[in-house]
Write a protein of this length. Structure first.
Length: 270
């Protein structure tokens, strides 16, 4: 699925089905590892709504922002593909529909554990490859599932020229052990803001209702030697969707990988 696809989400006896009118995508229900429902208040006006508020004098735009809000629901599905790689999909729909679908699914939480594989890798790859481990959260930090999913999927979907990494393997993927590097991310701070509050408070919205994500990134080679160790941050202010904070974290990681200029290490029968 592509980011921003519009379509219909339904459940059959064996699959979760998403159709946009041209293509039908299916997630095998037996491969669903996790299901979560989240929500937040968002503006319905988008850029047009923002322009309308700016045109209303004496703070009247705050009124437009307040009445152009709606509650949106997020349905986050975690699942393993045929290669055992971990995927996440986030669907935006009404909260009642998200709850209804979630209640009809019984995830197999055992699939969240990374499977172990044996692999034989020969020679040297034409470019660096890494394994992106499942995102973790520090004790007492609850990262909303949709944010975790967006960080992972956005980073995994970036083209090579954004990271200078030939390939990023998913957590648990069968060939992941052939990657020369391992990337782990632990979220140490998360505060979920509110796009509607940011919209209706005008300039004050730059300081209230802000979404923030701060995570500890560790990149190491297969021998355990640390190549990169730093904090990455993402935030979202103003009218933009709060989930964009997750995308900014992924983009920051990509820039760090690009700056690291990873070399492809020679390997023999890993």
């Amino acid at each position: 699925m592509k980011d921003g696809d519009d379509g219909t989400l339904s459940i059959s006896g064996q699959s979760v089905v998403f159709s946009d009118g041209d293509l039908i995508r299916r997630i095998d229900r037996r491969q669903v590892a996790g299901v979560a429902v989240g929500d937040e208040r968002a503006e319905t006006g988008g850029i047009a709504g923002k322009a309308a508020r700016m045109a209303v004098p004496y703070g009247g735009g705050a009124v437009i922002g307040a009445v152009s809000q709606k509650q949106v629901g997020f349905l986050t599905l975690d699942y393993r593909d045929k290669e055992r790689g971990l995927h996440s999909a986030v669907f935006l729909l009404s909260k009642s529909d998200a709850l209804e679908i979630a209640n009809r699914l019984i995830p197999d939480s055992r699939l969240l554990n990374s499977p172990t594989h044996s692999a034989t890798c020969h020679g040297q790859n034409p470019g660096p490859m890494l394994q992106f481990m499942q995102i973790q959260s520090a004790p007492n930090v609850h990262l909303a599932p949709e944010y975790r999913a967006m960080i992972s999927e956005h980073l995994l979907g970036l083209p090579e020229d954004k990271t200078h990494v030939l390939h990023i393997y998913r957590d648990g993927e069968q060939s992941a052990q052939c990657a020369g590097f391992v990337l782990s991310l632990t979220v140490e701070e998360f505060s979920k803001g509110n796009a509607a509050v940011r919209a209706e408070t005008g300039p004050v919205g730059l300081f209230v209702g802000v979404t923030r994500v701060r995570a500890h990134l560790v990149l190491s080679d297969r021998s355990g030697k640390t190549v990169l160790d730093k904090m990455v941050k993402g935030s979202r202010r103003g009218d933009r969707e709060s989930l964009n904070a997750a995308i900014s974290v992924a983009d920051s990681i990509a820039k760090d990988l690009k700056k690291a200029k990873l070399a492809s290490p020679a390997r023999n029968n890993l």
